[in-house]
Design a protein around this ligand. Structure first.
Ligand code: 8GP
Length: 766
C-alpha cells in the first residue's frame, strides 16, 4: 500500500524488473500482520488508510502481539491451529520508540490520604513498561503521514536481580519477565480459565493506559491546556475492549493532573466516543468485579463511583424503578458491564449500519437510547477502494480509469460514471476478460494447493469469513448437498457448472464451527471425486483464510455469499469489497446488505429470507419448531438424514452434533427456516447467470455503486459528526448513504481547528 499511496508502484516495479526481481513475488513474501481476527480489526486498518487519505490527523493504537491470530492448517479435514510467528523475520515498517515508553501498573493496594484534599496512594503494584512501535500510515498522494502505535509490554530493566547467590530473586525475576511479556504475547487468549481472563483484562488496561498517557504527553508537548482536552483531542473506542479508557482517563486527570471529579468527567465524556460492532450477546463483555478489584484497584474505585453517580441520575429520572436502574447499571450482580461503561462515559455511541443502529436504539440499548437520545447515531461502514480494488485488481482499476478518468480513486463516487457503459458490449467484454483472467489465476492456485481442477468458465461462488453459526456456512453446504442429490438422481440435469469456495477460521474453542469445517471438507471430498458429477459441481475449502487470500478471491468471484441470520451481522464489510470488484451478492436483508441493495437496486443483488424484525420477533417468542420444516420439506429431511446415515466418511456419529444442533437444540440461527427461500434465491442466481449480458451488466452496476461504501466517506462522517474535527481541505460531495448528510456537507469548506487530533483506540488491527 505504501507504493500505491506514494504513487510510485509502477516506477518501483519497473526498477525491480530491470534487476530481475518481480515486485509481485516480493509482495507475496510479506506476512499479513494478523493482529485482528475479523471484520472489526480489518475495518480499523481501512479507516487508518482513509484518515490519512483524507488529510485527517487520526492515529491508531493497538497491541503489538508477538503472535497474531493463529494460522489455520487443515489436516484430515480438521482445523489445526499453528502460532502466527509474524515477527520471526522482523517487520520492517515499524519504528521502536523507547524514548516514549510509559509505565502501566497492575495490582497492589490503594490507600486514601487527606491532606486538605482527598488523594489516593497506589503501592506494591507490578510495574510494566509499555514501549511503542509506530507504523506509518501514508496518505494517498498527499503529504499526510499518521501512525498506528502498537504497544509492547516489556519488563523494567531495573527489576533484574539475577545472580548465582540470589537464586530466589532470580526465579522471581524470571516469573516477572514472563508475566510481563505474556501481556502482548497473543491475541485473544482463551478466556475460559481465570488466568486467561486475567490476561485479557490486563491487555485491555495496558492498551488504554499506555495510549491515554501518550495522548496527554502529546498535549503537554504542544503546550495545550488540559482544561480544553475535548477541544484538542477525540478518543474513539472501537467496541468495548478499550472501554477502560473511561475510568483510566478519569484516573489520569484526577490523580495525576489534580482535576476534581466533575471537571474530569466533563472532559472525559467530551473526548470519548464509542462504536458498537455487534449485538451478539457473547461479545457484550462483562468482567467479574473481584477481578477488577484485584488487578486494577484504583480503576475499581473509579468505576464504583461512576456507577454510583449514574445510578443516582437514573433514580432522579425514574424514582423507585429499581428494575430499570439495575438493568442499566454499570456494575451489577458482581460484574462490570463494559458496554454500559462505554455508553455512560462517551458523548457519542454509533452503530455500523442503519439496521444495526436501529436495533441498538430500539432493542439492545433501548433504555440507554431513551435516557441519552442525542448520543446515538449511525455510521455505515466503508472500506478502502485503494487496497481492495486498485491493489487487488489493477486491470479493473485501469479499465475504470480509462472509462471514467483517473480521479475515481480519490472520488469513488466517480464510479457512477460507469453506469452509462454497463450494458455496452465492448465494455462488458473487457470486464469479462479481466474476470476470466483472475478466475484462471485462482483455478491454478487451487489446482496447485489441492489438486482440484476448476473450470474458469463455471460460476464461482465464495463464502469467506469467520466460521460461525450465524454466518450460516452450513446453509450453503446444505444447498450444495441438495444440488448434489439432484445431480445423482438425474446425472443429465442441466445446471450451470458451479464452483463453491469456502474459507474461514473457527475460534479454537468453538467445537461446532470446527465440525462445520470438517463437514464441508468431507462433502467436498465426496463431490469432487464423483465422476457422475464431473465439472458441474466442485467444492473447495481454502486453508488459512486471510487478507492475502481474500485479495485473490475478490476479482475472481461471481457470486458472494452474505447470508447471516438477519439482525446478527452488524454490517459486514466483505460485501462491500466484493461488489467493488463486480461480484453479485446473494444475501439476507441484514446489516450493510440492505444499504447495498438500496444503492445497486434490487435487480443487481439477490436477497431472500426472514427480515431482522421477523427474526427478532421469533426469538422473543422463544424460537420455532425445526421438526415442522424437517417433516414438511423433503429436501431438508434428505440432507439432514444424510448427516447421520454414514453418507459421508467418518461414520454416522461424526456429524451428529450438527444434526442435533438443528433438530434438538432449536436451530438457533434459523438455517432450516430460511432454507427454502435460499434454494429459490440460488435458482434466481442461476437464471441470471445464464444470461451473460445481463450478468455482466449486474457486475458493472455493482462496481459503479460501490463508491458509497468507501471508508473515506465513512470517516469524513465520523470526523465531522462525532469528533467535530475540521479538515483543512474542502469536504467533497459524497454519494453518501445518508442523503441529508451528503446535502449538508457537500462543497463546504470548513476551517481547521488547530492541533485537533483524533485517536482511534483499538485492540487489534489486521
Ligand atoms: C464485526 C461485525 O460482526 C461485522 O458485521 C462488522 O462489519 C465489523 O465488526 C466491522 O464493523 N464485529 C466484530 O468483529 C466484533 O464485534 N468483534 C468483537 C470485539 C467485539
Amino acid at each position: 500500500m505504501y507504493l500505491i499511496n506514494l504513487g510510485i508502484r509502477d516506477t518501483v516495479a519497473a526498477a525491480l524488473f530491470d534487476l530481475g526481481v518481480d515486485l509481485g513475488a516480493v509482495e507475496d513474501v510479506e506476512e499479513d500482520p494478523g493482529l485482528g481476527n475479523g471484520g472489526l480489526g480489518r475495518l480499523a486498518a481501512c479507516y487508518l488508510d482513509s484518515m490519512a487519505a483524507e488529510n485527517l490527523p487520526g492515529h491508531g493504537c493497538g497491541l503489538r502481539y508477538r503472535y497474531g491470530f493463529f494460522e489455520q492448517g487443515i489436516v484430515d479435514g480438521r482445523q489445526i491451529e499453528v502460532p502466527d510467528d509474524w515477527l520471526k523475520t522482523g517487520f520492517i515498517y515499524e519504528f521502536r520508540r523507547p524514548e516514549e515508553a510509559v509505565e502501566v501498573r497492575f495490582g497492589g493496594t490503594v490507600t486514601t490520604e487527606i491532606n486538605g484534599k482527598l488523594s489516593y496512594r497506589h503501592e506494591n503494584y507490578e510495574s510494566v513498561l509499555a514501549v511503542p512501535y509506530d507504523v506509518p500510515f501514508v496518505g494517498y498522494r498527499n503529504d499526510t503521514v499518521n501512525a498506528l502505535r502498537l504497544w509492547s509490554a516489556e519488563p523494567h530493566r531495573t527489576e533484574f536481580v539475577c545472580s548465582a547467590t540470589r537464586r530466589n530473586d532470580c526465579l522471581k525475576t524470571i516469573d516477572y519477565k514472563n508475566a510481563v511479556e505474556a501481556i502482548t504475547s497473543i491475541l485473544y487468549p482463551d478466556d475460559s480459565t481465570r488466568d486467561g481472563r486475567v490476561l485479557r483484562l490486563k491487555q485491555q488496561y495496558f492498551l488504554t493506559s499506555a495510549s491515554l498517557q501518550a495522548i496527554l504527553h502529546d498535549i503537554d508537548r504542544r503546550g495545550l491546556p488540559l482544561a480544553g482536552l475535548s477541544d484538542h483531542v477525540a478518543i474513539h473506542i472501537n467496541d468495548t475492549h478499550p472501554a477502560l479508557a473511561v475510568p483510566e482517563l478519569m484516573r489520569l486527570l484526577i490523580d495525576e493532573r489534580g482535576f476534581g471529579w466533575d471537571e474530569a468527567w466533563q472532559l472525559t465524556v467530551g473526548a470519548i466516543s464509542y462504536t458498537n460492532h455487534t449485538i451478539l450477546p457473547e461479545a457484550l463483555e462483562t468482567w467479574p468485579a473481584d477481578l477488577f478489584q484485584e488487578l486494577l484497584p484504583r480503576i475499581h474505585i473509579i468505576v464504583n463511583e461512576i456507577n454510583e453517580r449514574f445510578c443516582r441520575e437514573l433514580w432522579q429520572r425514574y424514582p423507585g424503578d429499581w428494575d430499570r436502574i439495575r438493568a442499566m447499571a454499570v456494575l451489577a450482580d458482581g460484574a462490570v458491564r463494559m458496554a454500559h461503561l462505554a455508553i455512560v462515559g462517551s458523548h457519542s455511541v454509533n452503530g455500523v449500519a442503519q439496521l444495526h443502529t436501529r436495533i441498538l436504539k430500539e432493542r439492545v440499548m433501548s433504555d440507554f437510547h431513551r435516557f441519552y437520545p442525542d448520543r446515538f447515531n449511525n455510521k455505515t461502514n466503508g472500506v478502502t477502494h485503494r487496497r481492495f480494488l486498485a491493489k487487488t485488481n489493477p486491470q479493473l482499476a485501469e479499465l475504470i480509469a480509462g472509462t471514467v478518468g483517473p480521479d475515481w480513486i480519490t472520488f469513488p463516487c466517480d464510479l457512477l460514471g460507469l453506469l452509462p457503459h454497463a450494458d455496452d458490449p465492448a465494455f462488458q467484454d473487457k470486464l469479462a476478460a479481466i474476470r476470466r483472467h483472475h478466475k484462471s489465476k485462482l483455478a491454478a492456485l487451487v489446482r496447485d494447493n489441492t489438486g482440484v481442477r476448476l473450470d474458469p468458465d463455471a460460476l464461482f461462488d465464495t463464502h469467506v469469513k469467520r466460521i460461525h453459526g450465524y454466518k450460516r456456512q452450513l446453509m450453503n453446504a446444505f444447498h450444495i448437498m441438495h444440488l448434489y442429490n439432484r445431480l445423482k438422481a438425474d446425472p443429465g440435469l442441466d445446471i450451470a457448472p458451479r464452483v463453491f469456495l469456502f474459507g474461514g477460521k473457527a475460534a479454537p474453542a468453538y467445537q461446532l464451527a470446527k465440525l462445520a469445517i470438517k463437514f464441508i471438507t468431507a462433502l467436498a471430498g465426496v463431490i469432487n471425486n464423483d465422476k457422475t458429477v464431473g465439472d458441474k459441481l466442485k467444492v473447495v475449502f481454502l486453508e488459512n483464510y486471510n487478507v492475502s487470500l481474500l485479495e485473490l478471491l475478490l476479482p475472481a468471484t461471481d457470486v458472494n455469499e452474505q447470508i447471516p441470520t438477519a439482525s446478527r451481522e452488524a454490517c459486514g464489510t466483505g460485501n462491500m469489497k466484493f461488489i467493488m470488484n463486480g461480484s453479485v451478492i446473494i444475501g439476507t436483508l441484514d446489516g450493510g446488505n440492505i444499504e447495498i441493495m438500496n444503492a445497486v437496486g434490487e435487480d443487481n443483488i439477490v436477497t431472500f429470507g426472514l427480515t431482522a424484525d421477523e427474526v427478532l420477533t421469533l426469538y422473543e417468542r422463544g424460537g420455532y419448531n425445526p421438526w415442522d420444516v424437517y417433516n414438511a420439506d423433503p429436501r431438508v429431511k434428505t440432507v439432514l438424514d444424510q448427516l447421520v446415515s454414514g453418507f459421508l466418511p467418518g461414520g454416522p456419529d461424526e456429524y451428529r452434533p450438527i444434526f442435533d444442533s438443528f433438530l434438538h437444540h432449536g436451530d438457533h440461527f434459523l438455517v432450516l427456516k430460511d432454507f427454502a427461500a435460499y434454494v429459490d434465491a440460488q435458482k434466481e442466481i442461476e437464471r441470471r447467470w445464464r444470461d451473460r449480458r445481463r450478468w455482466l451488466g449486474m457486475c458493472a452496476r455493482n462496481i459503479a455503486h460501490s463508491g458509497k461504501f468507501s471508508g473515506d466517506r465513512t470517516f469524513t462522517e465520523y470526523a465531522l459528526d462525532i469528533w467535530r474535527l475540521r479538515p483543512d481541505t474542502p469536504v467533497r460531495c459524497y454519494c453518501s448513504a445518508d442523503e441529508d448528510f451528503a446535502r449538508s456537507q457537500s462543497g463546504c469548506i470548513l476551517p481547521r481547528r488547530p492541533a485537533l487530533q483524533a485517536t482511534l483506540t483499538n485492540a487489534a488491527y489486521n
